[in-house]
Ligand binder design. Structure first.
Ligand code: ATP
Ligand code: MG
Length: 183
């Protein structure tokens, strides 16, 4: 599974529709402080199912919606769409009938989040599971936040183990076991 495109609309500082093509090789995003580089990475986490406002540097989930600026009114919704090249059919079963997967998450003020995969309504949990076994996902160690390296160095052993387990790709197993125990 390879990320090929990220589209944002009303997400944080990206008030106007923004289309980011992710090509083969290394992609660099450069720009002055406050231009939205970290917001882009947060959009990626968010569309993969991140639900902790703190991980989005906000107080509540609706804080990801464009909050308005001197010359622009606030928006009522935010939407992020992530396209994935699935031509190798590496997505989990249930998502594996097409070469291209498009995951969309939209949040509307007072109405919460809704997800779609290839335009079909999908539960948050299923979107999270789509990524749980891949070396990605909203809490993937592949996504390194600003300040995270020093946090890791100072972390307690248990917290550090969690990161290693994620990197080893067994986080999805824990999630499934947890759900099986609830049933
Ligand atoms: P740095 O180089 O300092 O790390 P950066 O490019 O990572 O900067 P971000 O942290 O992504 O910048 O962007 C911060 C900007 O996004 C701030 O100007 C902030 O006001 C704006 N911002 C964050 N949330 C919202 C929101 N809900 N509505 C409008 N603007 C927002
Ligand atoms: Mg930043």
């Amino acid at each position: 599974m390879r990320f090929t495109r990220l589209r944002l609309n009303g997400f944080k500082s990206f008030v106007d529709p923004t289309d980011l093509l992710i090509q083969d090789g290394l992609t660099g995003v450069v720009g002055p402080n406050g231009c939205g580089k970290s917001n882009l990475l947060e959009a990626l986490r968010w569309v993969m199912g991140e639900n902790r406002p703190t991980a989005m540097r906000g107080g509540g989930m609706e804080d990801v919606i464009f909050a308005g600026a001197a010359t622009r009114p606030a928006r009522n919704f935010a939407e992020v769409a992530l396209q994935i090249d699935n031509s190798e059919r590496l997505a989990p079963s249930g998502f594996n009938d097409s070469d291209l997967l498009e995951i969309t998450r939209r949040i509307t003020r007072d109405a919460g989040s809704a997800y779609k995969v290839n335009a079909k309504d999908t539960r948050a949990r299923d979107v999270q599971m789509l990524f749980a076994d891949a070396a990605t996902g909203s809490q993937s160690p592949a996504l390194v936040r600003q300040g995270q390296i020093s946090e890791l160095i100072n972390a307690k052993p248990k917290a550090r183990r969690r990161v290693l387990e994620d990197a080893a790709g067994i986080a999805g197993l824990y999630q499934r076991r947890h759900e099986a125990e609830l049933k």
